[in-house]
Design a protein around this ligand. Structure first.
Ligand SMILES: [Zn+2]
Length: 184
C-alpha cells in the first residue's frame, strides 16, 4: 500500500541537514546563511550550483533547474538526491523515488516531526490585499527567495536585504522570473 505522503517539518530537516548530506555522500560548503554544493541531482560541475538557505530551507539549483522538478522544499531536494543516486535501496517509480521512501530515509537519520497539511492561502479565496487595499508584503515575500543571492554576492548583508524584502524571483512564467525584486 502506498502511504499518503506526510509533510515533514522543514525546520527539523534543516537542523539535521549535515547528517543527511553526509549520508548522501554530498560534499558541501556552508556559511552563516547558506549551504552551497555542486548539484548532486543533475551532477553538474559548478561548485555553487545548489544553494540551500538556512533561514527557510528553501533551495535552488541555478544551473540545472532541478528545484523546479522536485520542488523547493528540503524534502524535494532529498527526494531528488535519492532519485539521482539510484542505489536500488529506494525503488524508483515513474522516474522518481516515492515520497514515502524519501520520508523513511529522512526518519532513519534524524528525529523529524510532521506538520498538518495546510491549504495554501490563495486556495482559500482569502484576499491577498491588506486593509489599505495594497498587496501585502507577506504575499510578495512568499514568492521571492529572500535574501537575494544576487545582492548577497555583491556584498549586501542578509539582514539588510531581509529588512527591505529584497529577493530573487524564480517563479516560472512570472514576468520577474530570474530577476531581483525590491517591493516598494
Ligand atoms: Zn541540478
Amino acid at each position: 500500500m502506498i502511504r499518503k505522503p506526510e509533510l515533514l517539518n522543514q525546520s527539523d530537516i534543516l537542523s539535521g541537514l549535515n547528517t543527511i548530506l553526509d549520508e548522501l555522500g554530498i560534499d558541501y560548503e556552508e556559511d552563516n546563511n547558506c549551504f552551497f554544493m555542486r548539484c548532486p541531482i543533475h551532477d553538474g560541475n559548478k561548485r555553487t550550483a545548489v544553494t540551500i538557505y538556512k533561514n527557510s530551507g528553501y533551495w535552488s539549483c541555478f544551473t540545472g533547474d532541478c528545484s523546479s522538478k522536485y520542488g523547493h522544499s528540503l524534502f524535494g531536494f532529498i527526494r531528488g538526491c535519492l532519485t539521482a543516486k539510484n542505489t536500488g535501496q529506494h525503488p524508483i517509480y515513474n522516474g522518481t523515488v516515492l515520497a514515502g521512501y524519501t520520508s523513511d530515509f529522512i526518519r532513519s537519520l534524524i528525529n523529524v516531526g510532521t506538520v498538518a497539511q495546510k491549504e495554501p492561502d490563495y486556495l482559500k479565496g482569502r484576499s491577498i490585499k491588506d486593509k489599505k487595499g495594497q498587496i501585502s508584503i507577506d504575499h510578495i515575500r512568499k514568492r521571492l527567495i529572500i535574501p537575494s543571492r544576487y545582492y548577497l554576492e555583491r556584498g549586501f548583508s542578509a539582514e539588510v536585504l531581509d529588512r527591505f524584502h529584497v529577493g530573487d524571483c524564480w517563479t516560472k512564467g512570472k514576468p520577474l522570473c530570474g530577476r531581483s525584486v525590491f517591493p516598494i
